[in-house]
Design a binder for this molecule. Sequence first.
Ligand code: GLY
Length: 281
Amino acid sequence: MPSKLIIHGGFFSESGTNHEIRTAKQQALKDIATKAHGFLLKHTAVETVAYAVSLLESCELFNAGLGSQIQSDGKIRMSASLMDGLTQKFSGVINIEDVEHPIHVAKKLMEFEDSVLGGPCATSFAREHGFDYFYAEIPQRRKEFQEKLEKTRTGTVGCVALDGEGRLAAATSTGGKGFEMPGRISDSATVAGNYANRFAAVSCTGVGEDIVSGALAAKIVTRTTDGLSLREAMERSFGELKPFDGFAGAIAISANGDIWHQDSHPYMVWASFDSEVNVFD
Ligand code: GLY
């Protein structure tokens, strides 16, 4: 089975219009997809999705880890999850603070029966397990916060991988939508935003509330499991977002090696590594 993966870098509207940002994101996604594919050749799908998402969290062009959006009370709270398609174990952190890699904390939780933690308890768990304090704010986000941009600028990161043994996995990480009410729960650490089984794996980006209303990732995986092609499952599930103008994007791989990405509104940024690296244009 050839190993393959697809990553996304969220859904920023300026990516479609600002040439500099667009080019920087293309290059970053290309580099990360290539590096993660090299990793996938020697590691499992679930190890690889966590690795790829940690690289995306370290890149301040994207809204996850370093460079996360700031909430309405001036604090950064991040959410991340991953799911192993083989074991169907899901783990995640919701509204964690001051860690460099929320996805690594989520991966640590895979070892525990209680595998999704939220708020200060998620941060305490991270400290207890050796995750040091990390300041995730960058000046650009503070500027946006101070200007109180009302426009929704949702950006999340994610990776879906199929390894050489045919195992699928998905991982997703976000800094949220920006200016949200403290305590608001993103889709990224729920089965609506991140889901995998033996048939398909999906990571979503966009407005968390819309993704949860559309049960998007779990629905696409279920439809693929029931026999639809990945493309049909994506198209039908995205069609069901239309009545409420749901704002979402998703990346996915199915067990037979199909790769697909779709968005309800333009400018989701993504890259894949199939037999070669491909990037949004
Ligand atoms: N999809 C990211 C968020 O809404 O928090």
